[in-house]
Design a protein around this ligand. Sequence first.
Ligand code: F6P
Length: 538
Amino acid sequence: MTASPNLQTSQMSTNNPSKTAIWNHLKSHAADVKTHNIRDLFAADSARFDHFHTRHDGLLFDYSRQHITADTLPLLIDLAKEMDVEGWREKMFNGDAINTTENRAVLHTALRRPLDQALNVNGENIMSDIQTVRANMRAFCDGVHDGSWTGFTGKRLTSIVNIGIGGSDLGPYMVCEALKSWQIEGIKTYFVSNVDGSHIAETLKQIDPETTLFLVASKTFTTQETMANADTAKNWLIEHLGDNAAVAKHFAAMSTNEPAVSAFGINPDLMFPFENWVGGRFSLWSSIGLSIALSIGFDQFETLLDGAYSMDQHFQTAPLEENIPVLMALLGVWNRNFLGYDAQSILPYDQYLHRFPAFLQQLDMESNGKHVSRDGEEIKDYETGPIIFGEPGTNGQHAFFQLLHQGTSIIPCDFIAPITSQNPLGDHHKLLLTNMLAQAEAMMRGRTLSEANGNPQKVFEGNRPSNILLFDGITPYHLGQLVALYEHKTFVQGIIWNINSFDQFGVELGKEMANAILSGDNKDMSNIGILPFLQKPS
Ligand code: F6P
């Protein structure tokens, strides 16, 4: 039997999504969808919300304001099947080395799996090491909280300073800020990331060496910024407490690099390891989350893990049509590749989530900002990860929303909000949520020339898509779900775009050049005329 030409194309090059038959089908479908605007689609279907929303365990995902028709998702789901999203999902959860460029498994999901559920990878149950580290973290947290672990002079440790950058900062920092109202009384957490000395200098001004615990968070324990900040903190501590031995009581490390940690002089009892199958931007669930556990207590840290596990289960078992991370990913692919939108705005309507867009920037852009395919080929036929940016509402409304409503680029938005507030003061929460809904509606509906009384400056094109994600409240559990949701969304998009979402070679060249400039070995670079001015401005 001869295969149809479409099937042949599809079988010959399934790794390149744009060479599949379904991709072409989606392209012609997009041309058709563009002839209707979202406002008209709403008008034509009073049950549009019913058709285009789904729920899971306290989360509600409303995608009715996306520029889609009833035919769009089935086609996108066919694309997901064609790219074998389900197969790759199983490989990830099972510990196959899907990070092919670094020949590593991708197992951050194991960190939130119930400890008594064995997971055998290469013949070894990896859950037993996870259990050991978890128990050590708990004992240390409890010791700091109940005062049985004190500083060098016998005082309780009440200031926690996390020193790390990228994934060793953004995740824990975002979570500690989000769960501030869950913080244990008497504990204050600080995050130092920037190599700019002002960051650590301003932090040191606020803390007392006798009551401070420094956490050096670095997967590699070689990152220039982190090591510079850790050295400065160590010197400051020794200078103030007058004894090198103080380091053993005031420094802990979370890393995969035990030799470097002990060379730094960290007490081996306070070295909390994790495995190299935990990527930096997926590491808040590992010992890198120690600042979170110290901030909110170990039980609540475990509740955060439970929330993520709930999302893992949903991602693994829900049919693709109802699977929130899959739907979110596919709608993102639709916007990026078929409607041609270059960016995405993340808009949490909750002040506690003010670092969430920054966290997602790394998660998404470091994972999917790539132009070389998993097979090592340059990607020429389609776009990969979009530009991610955002701010909490309502602040963003008074800044960049002008462009979101009336700019020449269309930027799909994710509106994210808890239904209940941690601080139910007066009408604040009602105002907040009403504003969010109004923004999503205004983007979608717009305002016609006649509605604007003939004034073209006041015309809003509308037809600007968004998602709304609601959850019961900012709790450790729901935050765990939310983060895992975006992790899986990012994963699914990477699979569809045929890229390895788990390496980050794009950050290397700048690091190498900085080292070359530092050592004066920059002869291979173009003539850097400005270099002398960095040392001595005119
Ligand atoms: O520069 C990028 C990066 O490698 C991130 O991927 C990582 O999260 C960050 O640096 C920090 O790395 P480390 O935890 O090894 O200090």
